[in-house]
Design a protein around this ligand. Structure first.
Ligand SMILES: Cc1cc2nc3c(=O)[nH]c(=O)nc-3n(C[C@H](O)[C@H](O)[C@H](O)COP(=O)(O)OP(=O)(O)OC[C@H]3O[C@@H](n4cnc5c(N)ncnc54)[C@H](O)[C@@H]3O)c2cc1C
Length: 328
């Protein structure tokens, strides 16, 4: 395709979600992609950029959420292939290892985890104190600063361009970027969605956590007590965390809290460009990945690409909002 026939796409955000989405669009073909961001992987660590801080492993935690399960599974399949070789550009990004998780809560994660390589139940004799079941499988951990720099290099090598801007408002990119007729803006600002004009999504907020890195000798292995315990403890402290109608009708359970954890915003909306005579433009939103931005990155990028292509094909007449392109 000639370069003047390429459609111009602007992606806001250069974290794992923005870069993965930019690459997904770029590698589909037919698009010229510009990534606009305040912070890039090559910058020093800052609290305004989450992807530098994650100590990421891939463990699907979808419970009954089919869309989430599909996103994590697709991402796993892409990263599993990338983690295969011990040589080459992606080699330093991944480390495969055994992962075992123990449950004392009666939850059986098989419906969303049994596709993992070497998946099996832990024999009763090997359970840790306090657990009633355990599940073991092979997965990988990512070296996140190396991985996001690898993504950036892949995007640039594919012909992508970047522009550093601190945006007050989404449509500011239309003036600041050398892409005279952008056809779609894709918004992946992470926690920045709370403050960025035209989104200002107050459902997005930062949370404080702590990660401890340990140097480990011997074979690679991770053991994890399941985070269901956090919900159980929260509910014991304050039963009214559950929705009022449930509290009135019966004793709430951790299942009642799970839908309140929130989810990724993946949808399309059409907005005015703010300049006279300029047509309205579709905006694809892909943010709010909380603690799973790496492990859902390729799956959510696929959905964002589907939304983008559907908006371009059908125009503004299509129903706005979430379109299920996962095939579920
Ligand atoms: C300790 C820790 C452990 C974690 N463990 C895991 C794990 O095991 N597995 C997993 O999958 N995930 C994990 N995560 C979560 C993961 O790190 C996040 O989900 C992910 O980094 C979010 O990426 P993002 O691209 O959405 O946001 P970010 O990385 O924050 O990127 C946002 C981008 O948007 C840009 N931006 C925002 N606002 C503006 C603006 N106004 N103008 C211009 N640019 C703007 C920023 O500059 C940046 O480039 C962990 C996180 C932490 C902190």
């Amino acid at each position: 395709m000639q370069t003047d026939q390429l459609k111009e796409i602007i992606v806001i955000g250069a974290g794992v979600v923005g870069l993965t989405t930019a690459i997904k669009i770029q590698e589909k073909g037919g698009y010229r992609v510009t990534v606009v961001a305040e912070t890039f992987p090559t910058d020093p660590r800052t609290i305004r950029y989450t992807s530098h801080w994650a100590g990421t492993h891939h463990v699907n935690q979808a419970f009954g959420d089919e869309r989430w399960k599909a996103m994590d599974k697709e991402t796993f399949e892409v990263m599993w292939r990338d983690s295969e070789s011990e040589v080459g550009a992606a080699a330093r990004c991944f480390r495969r290892h055994n992962h075992t998780e123990f449950h004392g809560d009666g939850v059986d994660p098989s419906p969303w985890l049994d596709h993992m390589p070497d998946y099996q139940k832990v024999p009763e004799d090997n359970l840790v104190p306090g657990s009633t079941a355990g599940y073991t499988f092979t997965t990988f951990t990512l070296n996140t600063p190396v991985y996001i720099n690898w993504l950036l290099a892949r995007f640039l090598a594919g012909g992508g361009t970047t522009k550093r801007m601190s945006l007050q408002h989404i449509t500011q990119v239309l003036e600041g970027v050398d892409a005279p007729n952008p056809t779609v803006i894709v918004v992946c600002p992470g926690v920045g969605a709370r403050f960025l004009g035209r989104i200002e999504d107050k459902n997005v907020y930062p949370i404080r956590g702590r990660a401890i890195l340990l140097r480990m000798e011997g074979p690679s292995r991770v053991q994890m007590g399941h985070h269901e315990e956090i919900l159980t403890r929260a509910l014991a402290l304050s039963a009214d965390l559950a929705p009022p109608n449930i509290c009135k009708a019966r004793k709430p359970t951790t299942d009642d809290l799970r839908p309140l954890i929130g989810g990724i915003r993946l949808e399309v909306k059409w907005i005015d460009q703010g300049v006279q005579d300029k047509a309205r433009i579709p905006v694809v939103y892909n943010y709010g990945h909380s603690g799973v931005g790496f492990q859902s990155s390729w799956g959510s990028a696929s959905i964002a690409l589907g939304l983008l292509e559907s908006a371009l094909e059908k125009g503004e007449s299509q129903k706005e909002g979430y379109i299920d392109v996962s095939g579920n």
